[in-house]
Write a new protein. Structure first.
Length: 207
């Protein structure tokens, strides 16, 4: 979380500085760039929160199948390995405290009820992060003066904030999608172990 806060604050500072130095729109009122940057950053975070709340209220049945955005293909795994997800995933903030279920490590690998919940929470997280990416860019529409060709705030402030937000949001989704195949293997292996155990016990009873 600290790393994300640093990235957000640094990107805000860069946005404010560049606009103050090179954007002539409010040259005599440079402090407006501070207001716009802070306001749009807060708004994009609120949009992310609204998306998360809306998706969390969706029925679990929509997150049960290994398909669509929840399915990790071989090409995706190659991409995640190329990006080094395994190396930097521990630096990505994990917000399990909001749902009461942490996804930064597998605490009970032999408990399929736990693994099933882990898979479900991961899919909820994937949906939240992926759908938050396009909605991040809604803040561009808030620069109503651009429709009158009287403002470039949508380009010099709103767009950079939306891009940074989208990047920060999609990275946790990459981590979750990278972890899902392993979770599914653990889940299926547990089922197989339980089946074998049941078969052994059945044979003992026959003897």
């Amino acid at each position: 979380m600290i790393l994300y806060l640093i990235i957000i604050l640094v990107s805000m500072a860069i946005t404010i500085t560049l606009n103050s130095l090179f954007n002539p729109l409010y040259h005599d009122k440079w402090w407006l760039y501070i207001i716009f940057t802070v306001a749009l950053t807060v708004i994009v975070i609120l949009i992310d929160a609204l998306v998360a709340i809306a998706i969390r209220k969706m029925p679990e049945k929509h997150f049960q199948k290994d398909e669509g955005i929840f399915k990790t293909t071989e090409k995706e795994m190659k991409l995640y390995n190329f990006l080094g997800v395994q190396k930097w995933k521990d630096y990505i903030p994990e917000l399990g405290s909001f749902t009461g279920f942490h996804k930064n490590h597998v605490a009970s690998p032999f408990d399929n009820e736990y693994i099933g919940r882990f898979i479900l929470e991961a899919r909820y997280g994937i949906a939240i992060h992926f759908y938050s990416v396009p909605t991040s860019f809604l803040i561009i529409l808030l620069d109503w003066k651009m429709y009158l060709d009287q403002s470039n705030i949508w380009l010099t402030i709103a767009l950079p904030i939306a891009v940074i937000n989208a990047i920060l949001i999609v990275l946790p989704a990459f981590v979750l999608k990278h972890n899902l195949p392993r979770l599914l293997r653990i889940y299926n292996n547990n089922i197989d172990l339980q089946r074998r155990k049941a078969e052994r016990e059945a044979r003992k009873k026959e003897i």
